[in-house]
Design a protein around this ligand. Structure first.
Ligand SMILES: Nc1ncnc2c1ncn2[C@@H]1O[C@H](COP(=O)(O)OP(=O)(O)OP(=O)(O)O)[C@@H](O)[C@H]1O
Ligand SMILES: [Mg+2]
Length: 499
């Protein structure tokens, strides 16, 4: 690695438009054999577009790609793969009905002499590939039956098994547990020792600093910086990305919450998930749920949204309520913004305008293009308020950047005019700039008297947002801290089961 060797893959002055959106306007990137190269930038800055061009999934309007010094044209992803450029993209490409083993070796199945597939060998090879990532999975299992984090690891196992020269990982960690992330990092480092170049995208800056040797930053489709990761710290990298600092972008104009209790849960229990939970959310208050993965936070939110049948009592505006379905919960003014926006939150193939109206228009989630004037006015107003950046409300939700998708999802639920707004990991896969915008939207909702309950694995996020933080450990709320008494160390200690 370094200036003395040739880049293995290089993008020079790359331009690309999508209709009216100028996604890339002269992007540059050079990766060297054996290095992990971080690619950072706000949502919509063009990272995925550049990586799709480098791997052949998209063609540039102008500019050059060089592979080992020679100008190259990849006409398709398959073309790129044949030259050793392998991608794990933000969108899953696994075939849901095929098994784990079949997916891993799709396209490079091992055959016997006759061309017949050797299933026993395929399965054994899959087991090895999975074990390398510390995955204890039956390779015969259909991919459809995997959790999102498991499916993500299978995609990574497939990419690693292809003997890539350049491995492109576009936000591989956003749905992974901490353990899975560290196994992934070990595998990436091993691949690099063998001379593989890796391009790594993550919105978690600590991952960039832990894993990467060098980092390139895009802003508005343009490369604004590239250099050794040691030459940056958090602040300098963030200001390069946003052209300013995060603190200056968050405006918390907090007025104290009212005494009016929107939600009161008493001795709420769901066997196997949480037990004896007492919780209160006031009008105009943001309550945080802290805790490790598996502490019961998601199940608690889902139960309050009518997805499970917990024992205990729930009062909404002092009236007893136990919702037996999300439909009942929505009718009562409860909203849940789920963690997995790709699977549960948005209909990615539909326009974002339709997505915005989906929860508020009728109980039976409607799916038809918005036509009436009133609907179009609503969409326009929401787009403006949420600062969604897209060419038009007709573009498919799936083509928006992560931060914009998350804002559409939040907007969809705000349109239902909830009295209790619940959010699970509200900024997963969202960059610092969009994060600040989402925080501001939540502060704004709070000032309108909405009660807000936010579950997050990121303690700094809870400390920025919340008035009160409830800490869960193994299904129990072990502490409820006013913001003034909460800090990272205290929360970490309580979440780990210590007093
Ligand atoms: N197929 C498409 N059609 C229309 N616009 C697109 C398409 N793909 C990307 N865009 C637009 O191009 C811009 C760059 O998007 P891109 O996905 O490359 O950003 P990104 O840096 O990967 O963002 P994120 O961090 O959210 O993944 C965005 O404005 C996006 O809406
Ligand atoms: Mg992207």
């Amino acid at each position: 690695m370094g200036a003395d060797s040739e880049p293995i893959l290089r993008a020079e002055d790359v331009h690309r438009r999508f209709g009216g959106v100028h996604a890339l306007r002269g992007a540059e990137l050079a990766v060297y054999p054996g290095e992990v190269h971080g690619l950072t930038g706000e949502n919509g800055s063009g990272k995925s577009t550049l990586l799709k061009i480098l791997s052949g999934q998209l063609q540039p309007d102008a500019g050059r790609i060089r592979l080992g010094g020679d100008v190259t044209v990849f006409r398709s992803a398959r073309d790129g793969m044949r030259s050793g450029v392998v991608t794990v993209s933000q969108e899953t490409t696994l075939a849901p009905d095929l098994s784990v083993a079949e997916n891993i070796f799709l396209g490079h199945r091992m055959s016997r002499r006759s061309g017949v597939i050797d299933w026993a060998a395929t399965r054994r090879r899959a087991e090895v590939a999975l074990a390398r990532l510390g995955l204890d999975l039956d390779p015969r299992l259909a991919v459809r039956r995997l959790r999102p984090d498991q499916a993500q690891m299978v995609e990574i196992a497939r990419a690693l098994s292809m003997e890539a020269r350049v491995l492109i990982l576009d936000e591989p960690t956003s749905s992974l547990t901490d353990d899975a992330v560290s196994l992934l990092f070990d595998s990436v480092k091993r691949a690099c020792e063998d001379g593989v170049a890796t391009i790594f995208v993550s919105h978690r800056l600590n991952e960039i600093f832990t894993l990467c040797d060098r980092v390139t930053t895009l802003r508005d489709g343009l490369t604004v910086g590239t250099g050794p990761v040691d030459s940056y710290d958090r602040d300098s990298l963030v200001s390069l990305m946003v052209g300013g600092t995060l603190e200056s972008a968050v405006h918390d104009m907090h007025e104290p919450g009212s005494e009016h209790v929107v939600l009161r849960a008493r001795r709420l229990s769901l066997p196997g998930a949480f037990s004896e939970v007492d919780l209160e959310v006031r009008s105009g208050e943001i309550v945080g749920l802290a805790g490790l993965v598996g502490a019961g936070r998601t199940e608690l939110l889902e139960s309050l949204f009518g997805l499970h049948r917990p024992e205990g009592t729930v009062e909404l505006d002092s009236e007893p309520r136990l919702h037996r379905s999300p439909r009942e919960a929505i009718r009562d003014g409860i909203a849940l913004v789920p963690a997995d926006r790709k699977r549960q939150g948005l209909v990615l193939g539909r326009s974002f305008g339709e997505n915005l109206l989906m929860a508020s228009q009728s109980q039976a989630f409607r799916l038809k293009p918005p036509r009436r004037k009133r609907e179009l006015v609503t969409i326009e107003a929401a787009t403006k308020q949420l600062q969604i950046r897209a060419a038009s409300p007709d573009v498919a939700a799936g083509t928006l950047s992560g931060g914009n998708q998350q804002k559409v999802l939040l907007g969809k639920w705000l349109e239902t005019k909830p009295r209790l707004l619940m959010l699970d990991e509200p900024t997963r896969g969202v960059d610092v700039g969009a994060k600040a915008e989402i925080y501001n939207l939540l502060f704004d909702a709070r000032s309108r008297g909405i009660g807000i309950l936010v579950s997050s694995s990121e303690t700094p996020e809870l400390l920025t947002l919340c008035d009160t933080i409830a800490v869960m450990f193994r299904g129990r709320v072990v502490a409820s801290l006013p913001r003034a008494e909460a800090d990272e160390a205290t929360i970490a200690r309580l979440a780990g089961g210590h007093r």
